[in-house]
Design a protein around this ligand. Sequence first.
Ligand code: AMP
Length: 283
Amino acid sequence: MLVIGEATQLREMISYWRKEGDSIGLVPTMGFLHEGHLSLVSAARKQNKKVIVSIFVNPLQFGPNEDFDTYPRNAERDVELLDKAGCDVIFMPDARTFYGNSFQSHVEVENLSKILIGEFRPGHFRGVTTVCAKLFNIVMPDRVYFGQKDFQQVAVIRQMVHDLNFPLEINMLPIVREPSGLAMSSRNALLTSEQKQQATALSAAVKTGNETFENGVHDARLIEAAARKVIEQHAPGFTIAYVVVVDAKTLSLVLDKAKDSDVLLVEAYADKVRLYDNIVLSN
Ligand code: AMP
């Protein structure tokens, strides 16, 4: 396994692979890897001849008062885990050389980026789509892999890939959870043990929401209310950002009755740590 920091060096490697006819899978990450990330690597491993994992805490997607500086990092451990997982190349660029001094171009998915998480984190998705567009142009992967945990992120990137004709396939993999139900996240490391215990309320909430749907209650507002109650009761220290049933593609609020494939999205935060969970409703 190679660790590469320069885009030009990575391009050379990739053009060699391309001449050999090798397919390429890309897994973009911000590092501090856990089983959720490794499930994406394992899916990429099965479907492609070569697997590239990028590790880059992207400054563009953090707001001025967000946790860029405290975002957990452990490059050495990440390299070990990826070596074991059968990754071919880790792309670990330095932010200054990656963007360069004169950087001034951005990619923005206008509407999907402004709602839900975008309402609380203005500019966040603009940073995500810009870094993904750069990574897609550098790597030119056949397939890219994202986690359902960041459901809105996948919807935003799908829209960008469609709108701008990136010739690649997007794969969304299921949420990997701790035994407690808590969705694995690098940011869980920033929680106190009490917050981590309360955070399990998010997964319990989406589970309850889906059970409500399964039991024949299809009114979207009642599904949301059932889920919200679980967070209010079990995570009194958390602030709820939203609990909503939305259309899976447009992420617009389901106004009346929910149907299979609609998504229950929840976001709550403890101090400054933002936590997400979701479930695709199914009977
Ligand atoms: P991050 O390093 O948090 O930017 O995440 C990199 C990728 O891993 C994103 O596509 C995430 O959605 C995905 N991911 C993060 N946590 C999980 C999880 N618990 N299960 C599955 N995928 C995840």
